[in-house]
Design a protein around this ligand. Structure first.
Ligand code: BES
Ligand code: ZN
Length: 658
């Protein structure tokens, strides 16, 4: 039954994409062929099923935003002026992506410099893609300006009242554009295959400070102390739409080095600056490996705990979850990861979400290299083991199509639903395989050359493969065969060529866990005193499906897992508690789910809760309280988890029909 629902929704997406992509390439064009030229293969791969834009006809090259942030109405009123590069001289329309936008006027610049009204039509909304905006442009205007208002429920924005912030004085608003949510706050070509520069002029209440994924206007006081409610920004490198970002709130700045620092609410800025004090060392490590950092500044914005992700690599301004601050820097590989995107992702970008591994897999590999350099191989190896164990859990017979790195057309319905283990862990594993076979020094040189070669371009897996053939396989003959390479890129599962990793520190954890399970012996305090987050995570993850409540109580008495301030530990402990019927943890579970909105941390607990009627009741009750503080992305995930569970319950209650 589940299967047929999945097939149905896939069919629906295919129908939608077929409708908007008249000139889409046939599905099998994704298969590399020896005869296809690199250019035609790349063009086929670049077709973005998740956008209504037609970048083969016209491309946005610059975006000028004029925005007014209205906290009372929870909307942005504004205009977007798109500078256009008309590739097809017979084109008469401009198709843009939008979601829940109210358009009030569209004008186009004429060749005489005057602006004229343009006719337009907004198509009915598709659930995943939003509404196609078609603008009649028979004269192919060099610039088009759209005046619009966002919706209070915009999927790419979260609005927090002052009461929901740390300082309780000023409301907060932030964007999360990846993967296809930029279209909910700016009408544009929302596909990573199009890159543009941008400027923004933003008006806010006077007590609010604004940051964006761009430079402040020249001469601006970027201390956060001078606030006048009128801010200007400029991004002069061409970026894809998913890197558009804005954050508004009671933000102050603390420098970490002369090119890096942290923006946060006043109550958190010192803690954040301490936890992330290695940032400059990380930048230098990445530069040593892969060449100069190309974005001038690397600043970070600390968001409220409702931020649905760990981090987001917005250029010049990484957005971060506060759950990464645990006091001992054990989770700062998050910074290494987002910083690494300054090369893999922001400099060289996937051209469609099908090739997400080009961003996330290469970045996870680079993150591991920075980790190794700064915190030692032990720590990087622990992270690798955790990620690969998760991959083994996530890969199943049912999701084989999503286990392929070079995704095929039609298989990824919602680009927010990429299989995490494929793009992160398998993608990184592929890089580790290549590094091991080629040798570290030569592989480092290859990656550095790759970043230079494709700098400020958006590419497909096929372009990566073509580049690797010339600069890796052919250049270092006898090390990696084309068949081995292609298996990694085009087959599901984990190739037998995958290099294995072991961790001595985890061996000690395994022994400690065994002692507890076999004889009830708690690991010696002298040992656990040295344990970092990773060891605790591994200790819990290796437990059987369920424990006896008294075993959980013994662990709690010794280590206080229930109520832990560490979200990575909570993410593993609470599902085990729920599965084991350890209801003593319920009150703290509810508090955790209300306090934190980061999807990765809370979804495993929701998913476990909904499996029993009592758990489902707790999940629903807790969600009802938490929802006003959740981000739209998290709300969507929790709602569908609860809805699926209820549908399954209703079905089970029906008498069997056949
Ligand atoms: N770019 C991602 C976040 C993302 C991916 C948002 C896909 C929307 C769609 C970011 O760099 C990321 O990977 N974040 C991780 C951090 C972790 C791997 C260290 C996260 O949020 O958990
Ligand atoms: Zn990432």
């Amino acid at each position: 039954m589940r299967h047929s629902i999945l097939m149905l929704s896939l069919a629906a997406v295919l129908a939608v994409t077929a409708g908007c992509k008249r000139d889409a390439a046939p599905a099998d064009a994704n298969q590399p062929t020896a005869t296809a030229t690199s250019a035609t293969a790349a063009a086929a791969h670049m077709i973005d099923e998740h956008s209504y834009a037609e970048p083969d006809k016209v491309k946005v090259k610059d975006l000028a935003l004029d925005l007014k942030v209205d906290f009372d109405r929870k909307v942005i009123d504004g205009s977007a002026t798109l500078a256009l590069d008309w590739i097809d001289q017979t084109a008469t329309q401009l198709n843009l992506d939008t979601r829940d936008l109210t358009i009030s006027k569209i004008v186009g610049e004429r060749s005489d410099g005057k602006w004229e009204d343009l006719k337009y039509a907004l198509a009915p909304a598709d659930k995943v893609l939003g509404s196609k905006l078609t603008i009649e442009t028979p004269k192919r205007n060099p610039r088009v300006r759209i005046t619009y208002t966002t919706s209070p429920g915009a999927s790419g924005l979260q609005w927090l009242t002052a009461a929901m912030t740390e300082g309780k004085k000023t409301p907060f608003m932030f964007s999360q554009s990846q993967q296809i949510h930029a279209r909910s706050w700016v009408p544009l070509q929302d596909t990573p295959s199009v890159r543009f520069t941008y400027t923004a002029h933003v008006l806010t209440p006077k007590d609010a400070m604004v940051v964006m994924s761009a430079a402040f206007e020249p001469g601006a006081d970027n201390s956060g102390n001078k606030r006048d409610g009128d801010y200007s920004f400029k991004m002069s490198n061409a970026i894809p739409s998913y890197l558009l970002a804005i954050g508004v709130g009671d933000l102050v700045f603390k420098p970490i080095s002369n090119r890096s620092g942290i923006w946060a609410e006043p109550a958190s800025v010192d803690r954040a600056a301490n936890e992330f004090s290695d940032t400059e060392k990380m930048i230098q490590t990445a530069e040593k490996l892969y060449g100069p950092y190309r974005w001038e500044r690397y600043d970070m914005l600390l968001l409220p705990p409702s931020f649905p992700y760990g981090g987001m690599e917005n250029p010049r301004m990484t957005f971060l979850t506060p759950t990464a601050i645990v006091g001992d820097k054990s989770l700062v590989s998050l910074i290494a990861h987002e910083l690494a995107h300054s090369w893999s992702g922001n400099l060289v970008t996937f051209s469609t979400a099908k090739d997400a591994w080009l961003n996330e897999g290469v970045t996870t590999y680079v993150e591991g290299r920075i980790d190794e350099e700064l915190y030692g191989k032990d720590r990087a190896d622990m992270e690798r083991v955790i990620a690969r164990n998760e991959l083994k859990q996530e890969f199943s017979e049912e999701n084989k199509a999503l286990q392929v790195l070079a995704g095929k057309p039609g298989e990824l319905k919602d680009p927010d639903d990429n299989l995490g283990s494929t793009v992160y862990a398998k993608g990184a594993w592929f890089m580790q395989f290549l590094e091991q076979r080629i040798g570290r020094a030569d592989f480092d040189a290859f990656l550095r050359g790759y970043f230079d070669h494709f700098a400020f371009q958006s590419i497909s897996s096929q372009q990566f493969a073509d580049y690797a053939k010339a600069n890796l396989l052919d250049k270092y003959p006898g090390k990696v065969t084309q068949a081995e390479f292609d298996e990694w890129l085009h087959e599901p599962g984990i190739p037998a060529t995958a290099p294995q990793v072991t961790s001595a520190r985890f061996d000690a954890v395994d022994a400690a866990r065994k002692g507890f399970l076999d004889a009830g012996t708690l690991p010696a305090a002298a040992a656990t005193k040295q344990w970092s987050t990773q060891e605790w995570v591994h200790f819990i993850e290796g437990m059987p499906e369920t424990l006896k409540p008294e075993q959980l109580a013994a662990l709690d008495a010794a280590y206080h897992f229930t109520g832990t301030p560490n979200g990575e530990i909570a993410q593993r402990w609470y599902p085990l508690a729920v599965r084991s019927g350890y209801t003593q943890a319920n009150a703290e579970i509810a508090k955790f789910l209300e306090r934190v909105g980061r999807r990765k941390l809370i979804m495993p607990t929701y998913k476990e809760l909904v499996k029993t009627p009592a758990g489902l009741a707790l999940a629903e009750e807790t969600f009802a309280k938490a929802k006003p503080g959740y981000h739209p992305i998290t709300t969507g995930s929790v709602e569908s988890t609860i809805a699926d569970a209820k549908a399954a319950e209703a079905k089970a209650a029906q008498p069997a029909s056949k």
